[in-house]
Design a binder for this molecule. Structure first.
Ligand code: GDP
Ligand code: GDP
Length: 439
């Protein structure tokens, strides 16, 4: 599981700026997709080979009494509770405020690993100005400038320090079986995740088995169906109660993100009676960013009429256009309708995500594609695509080598993607194409 870092602090200290700096590179990948909601508070970040999840807690108003502030404070507390490390941001220029004291007291009581950072510290001589933050009783303060990117690396090294070591141990302990499909069922509250999972687990065809070496405190449910082994990754806070699993915890974005990251295939559930909501689009956006394979299922299909069904289909096409590679199913978890084809899609998506693409075949396909349609000249430059090899799995990555590849247009990349997808029968997985220009 990826570690989770929560950014907290009063408004205006620079949390969003820091969040953007930490997550920016990933955002760029998905920036072109229409329909993808941008105002997000959760993002993926990376330091070297260590990936982690960052939460921008937006507004932290521990003393707020009513309305939206209470809701925000509640969400912030939940985020903090779920984080492995808290980064408490203060304003180096403004000095310590009463609100900083409140937040500091709250964090001290909580006893989570906390890193105190003073933002907007560019051009400041250390020492005197920062000394007053010791009052907060959270130890050393780390000067950073989110806007200029100064000190951010040290900040993350400090925050991840202990966690990175813990992760390394986990990696040794867990022996992943490549034949097991790790499956996460994602979706906002009430779409029917628990109902579906219990319907599945109640099926006679499904046999539970024990799986050794599950990491940390993640709850996973191993089972076998039609000769295929699966490991269901918990997103719903499942607890075994006799023979059935019960979702006892409320929805958690952090759990959802971690489950998505740990999965090979994500089944994203929508609720036919609610249409595609912003929260659905957010979760869909995270799945796209993660690069995991995805199957879409609209649940509660039994509860909508013909007109609503048509509206829904159009809404999915427009709002989730960026997931158009994902197979779509209409199901009823309660009435056990349409469930068989979902399994077929999950298996296909897994096969696609793990597809092996031999270099000679990729290169031949590339050359055929170029012969069919060559890339446009850009001024003096004509991109020359020479050969291709596979650069990764889940998601599959195709690396193309050649000259002047920075001039290859997005339209041309989509054309290539289409050819590769067709040839390797890729269903339900994103496909990334990277260009490597030789000097
Ligand atoms: P948030 O409310 O904590 O999320 O704060 P924002 O990220 O929205 O930043 C508040 C203001 O501080 C904005 O005007 C930012 O441009 C500014 N700011 C953020 N980081 C820095 C920094 O490192 N140096 C300076 N001088 N200003 C910054
Ligand atoms: P979760 O929060 O995503 O785990 O959602 P639940 O499984 O708890 O379901 C939320 C509500 O939707 C419950 O009242 C279920 O009975 C109902 N529900 C689940 N699946 C279906 C379905 O296929 N059709 C209808 N009409 N209702 C469903």
């Amino acid at each position: 599981m990826k570690p989770v870092v929560a950014l907290v602090g009063r408004p205006n200290v620079g949390k969003s700026t820091l969040f953007n700096r930490l997550t920016k590179s990933r955002d760029a990948i998905v920036a072109d997709f229409a329909g993808l909601t941008r105002d997000r508070h959760y993002g993926n970040a990376r330091l070297g080979k260590h990936e982690f999840i960052v939460i921008d807690t937006g507004g932290f108003e521990p003393t707020a009494e009513s309305g939206i502030y209470v809701e925000m404070a509640k969400q912030t507390r939940q985020a903090v509770a779920e984080a492995d490390v808290v980064v408490f941001v203060v304003d180096a220029r403004a000095g310590v405020s009463a609100q900083d004291h409140d937040i500091g007291a709250y964090l001290r009581k909580l006893g989570k690993p906390t890193v105190l950072v003073a933002n907007k510290a560019e051009g400041m001589t250390e020492g005197a100005q920062l000394a007053e933050f010791f009052e907060l009783g959270l130890g050393d303060v780390l000067p950073v400038s989110a806007a200029h990117g100064q000190g951010v690396r040290s900040l993350i090294e400090e925050a991840l320090g202990a966690l990175v070591l813990a992760d390394a141990e986990d990696e040794e302990g867990a022996q992943a079986d490549p034949g097991v499909i790790k499956l996460a069922v994602a979706g906002r509250p009430n779409v029917g995740k628990s109902t579906l999972i219990n319907t599945w687990l109640g099926e006679e065809r499904l046999v539970a088995f024990d799986l050794p070496g599950t990491t940390r405190d993640a709850i996973t449910v191993p089972f076998e169906r039609a000769g295929q082994k699966y490991e269901l990754i918990d997103t719903a806070g499942l607890r075994r109660k006799g023979k059935v699993f019960e979702a006892i915890e409320k929805f958690s974005v952090v759990k959802t993100l971690q489950a998505i990251e740990s999965a090979n295939v994500v089944l994203l559930l929508l609720d036919a009676t609610q249409g595609v909501t912003d929260q659905d689009a957010h979760i869909a956006g995270y799945i796209l960013e993660s690069g995991r394979a995805v199957v879409l299922a609209v649940n509660k299909w039994d509860a909508v009429d013909a007109y609503e069904r048509e509206q829904l289909q159009r809404q999915i096409e427009s709002r989730l256009a960026f997931l158009k590679f994902a197979p779509l199913h209409m199901i009823s978890a309660r009435k056990r309708q349409g469930l068989g084809p979902v399994w077929t899609s999950i298996a296909e998506a897994f096969r696609s995500a793990m597809c092996k693409m031999p270099t000679p075949k990729l290169t031949r396909l590339l050359q055929e594609a170029v012969q069919f349609q060559s890339p446009k000249r850009a001024g003096m430059f004509r991109p020359k695509l020479r050969y291709a090899h596979q650069g990764g799995m889940n998601p599959p990555v195709i690396v193309i080598h050649g000259n002047s590849l920075e001039h290859v247009t997005d339209a041309y990349k989509r054309f290539l993607e289409g050819r590769f997808r067709k040839e390797f029968k890729l269903i339900g997985t994103p496909l990334r194409i990277e260009m490597k220009t030789s000097a």
